[in-house]
Write a protein that binds this ligand. Structure first.
Ligand SMILES: Cc1cc2nc3c(=O)[nH]c(=O)nc-3n(C[C@H](O)[C@H](O)[C@H](O)COP(=O)(O)O)c2cc1C
Length: 300
């Protein structure tokens, strides 16, 4: 008897991911293509592109904390030209959708980057809304409904699908999600890191930036709750769950909370094959139950 091949494809609006597993921006590089076939992933996501040259935060930028990781990398960048010339080509040709993450410190800055990507053969753009808005005193876009709406609306003239990446630091993430969708977001990534802090033994902050973004296992209950709240508020809007995912059960939990797909970040640092292993495990899970991957998503 031949085993049936499960249907792992999941629709995220106009984009069909090959399966529900994609990398979380900033935790992955195209050089993983030397370790496994990147075409096995549901889609590919490079590190967030920001305008111009940026050195990022000074070291120390990364530390273990609370059973997870705390980072304040600060999105270093060689600028748009280098991104289009060097980074983007390495992500193309893998036969799986390419989603480019962008961020900026003004709404117009987001729009300029999205416009730049318009004809670059990418399948969707992820708007990383966690950056500080310099026009609003440095408050993160993702903490405010109006700022979120402005950033998304500024990009909406693009024909590319727009995925808004939200922050678990928001007081009412469902309200922010609704603002993003009203302004034209096609899908939501729920969510980025949770702001935290760690001390060294000498009582000084472990990170040069003092605070950083907590990721990995400790954020899962928070981001899972965020996913559930957003899914309940916006039935029908595709959600990509993110935060502390490393096992099949983590994936199933996010999909049961309403996610259509998930992004895996910190787990790749400890086990580089985590994502491909998850794809295999989802395939076995679906085969043994005679279901498709899209059936794993709870419909609110
Ligand atoms: C070292 C590091 C760098 C990151 N850089 C970015 C980034 O450039 N853009 C972004 O949207 N998220 C970035 N993130 C957040 C991840 O994409 C993800 O949202 C977060 O780590 C939660 O997922 P995880 O618990 O699976 O790591 C970064 C996370 C880490 C640990």
């Amino acid at each position: 008897m031949s085993a049936t091949v499960p249907d792992l494809a999941v629709p995220i609006g106009a984009v069909t991911l090959k399966n529900p597993i994609i990398p979380a921006s900033g935790t992955f590089a195209a050089s993983y293509g030397r370790v496994f076939d990147l075409g096995r992933l549901g889609g590919l996501v490079p590190k967030t592109l920001m305008p111009g040259y940026r050195p990022g935060h000074p070291p120390n930028r990364l530390t273990e904390a609370g059973g997870g990781l705390l980072n304040a990398v600060g999105i270093p960048s060689d600028g748009e030209e280098a991104f289009l010339r060097d980074t983007l080509p390495a992500y193309k040709g893998w036969g799986t959708p390419l989603i480019v993450s962008v961020s900026a410190d003004t709404a117009a800055g987001f729009a300029e980057l999205v416009a730049l990507l318009e004809d670059e053969g990418v399948d969707a753009v992820e708007l990383n809304l966690s950056c500080p808005n310099l026009e609003e005193g440095g408050k993160s876009f993702a903490l405010d409904t109006k700022m979120t709406a402005e950033a998304v609306a500024a990009c909406r003239s693009s024909k590319l699908p727009l995925w808004a990446k939200l922050s678990p630091n928001a007081e009412d993430i469902a309200a922010i999600a609704a603002a993003a969708v009203d302004a034209g977001a096609d899908a939501l990534i729920v969510a980025n890191t949770l702001t935290g802090m760690a001390m060294r033994r000498d009582g000084r902050p472990a990170l040069a930036n003092v605070t950083g973004g907590l990721s990995g296992a400790p954020v899962k209950p928070v981001n899972l709750r965020c996913t559930y709240q957003v899914a309940q508020k916006l039935p029908g809007t595709p959600i990509i769950g993110c935060g502390g995912i490393s096992t099949l059960q983590d994936v199933l939990d996010y999909m049961a909370a309403g996610a259509s797909a998930v992004a895996v970040g910190s787990a790749t640092f400890t086990r580089p094959l985590t994502m491909v292993n998850l794809v295999d495990e989802i395939a076995s899970h679906c085969t043994s139950r005679g279901i498709a991957a899209r059936d794993l998503t709870l419909r609110a």
